[in-house]
Write a new protein. Structure first.
Length: 201
């Protein structure tokens, strides 16, 4: 069976440099970098002191809030140029460990009906909201393949259209790795730079 042609009708991007594909493109072409010393990386076992962060969320302790905001911004921008009444599928990737362990342990002792872990951090709740907002014909698919999650989500979206399983697909990915649990893992792998005197280079 001959595969259908796949056309990208919209793009969205939100980073530490700002929101919007055009804005980020001009910033990158101008050589701008938002790497700077960050209060999120407190002195301790981790020697790295700098990161590229979105200053809107500098005081935000729950990575979930950051991730959901980015997802909504990116999807809204990508669908603005060619809005559709509904979309067939949504593939999106999220980083693992989006909830602080201390908060997980605290919430585990609460009744499920009052539990912030289930009410605010459940992937099912986010998927349900996205399905309703974009009138999806099918329940969203969460992709989790570690560092390849974004590429995997894009591949699934492409294959769905090319093989005639869907007409309109949204693909989104978000990452929020500047918090204790994830940073400590990369630190243990010696995968973090310690050039604190010149973070932008």
């Amino acid at each position: 069976m001959q595969k259908k042609q796949v056309v990208v009708t919209g793009l969205g991007l939100s980073t530490s440099l700002g929101q919007g594909v055009e804005h980020n493109w001009h910033a990158l072409c101008a050589g701008r970098s938002n790497f700077k010393l960050s209060a999120r990386l407190a002195p301790g076992a981790i020697r790295t002191r700098f990161a590229a962060v979105d200053e809107r969320f500098e005081g935000q302790r729950n990575p979930r809030v950051v991730i959901e905001t980015y997802l909504r911004e990116v999807i809204a921008e990508a669908t603005a140029c060619c809005p559709a009444q509904s979309y067939d599928r949504l593939y999106y990737s999220l980083p693992s460990g989006m909830y602080y362990w201390a908060e997980r342990l605290r919430d585990a002792t609460q009744p499920r009906s009052d539990n912030a872990f289930f009410a605010l951090s459940s992937e099912e709740s986010l998927a349900s909201e996205l399905a309703s907002t974009y009138r999806l014909r099918e329940f969203p698919t969460v992709v989790a393949t570690a560092c390849a999650s974004s590429a995997s989500a894009l591949q699934l979206g492409y294959e769905a259209i090319a093989n005639g399983l869907a007409e309109r697909v949204i693909v989104a990915a978000a990452d929020s790795s500047i918090y204790d649990e994830t940073v400590s893992k990369f630190n243990n792998l010696s995968a973090l730079s310690t050039r604190n005197d010149s973070p932008q280079t």
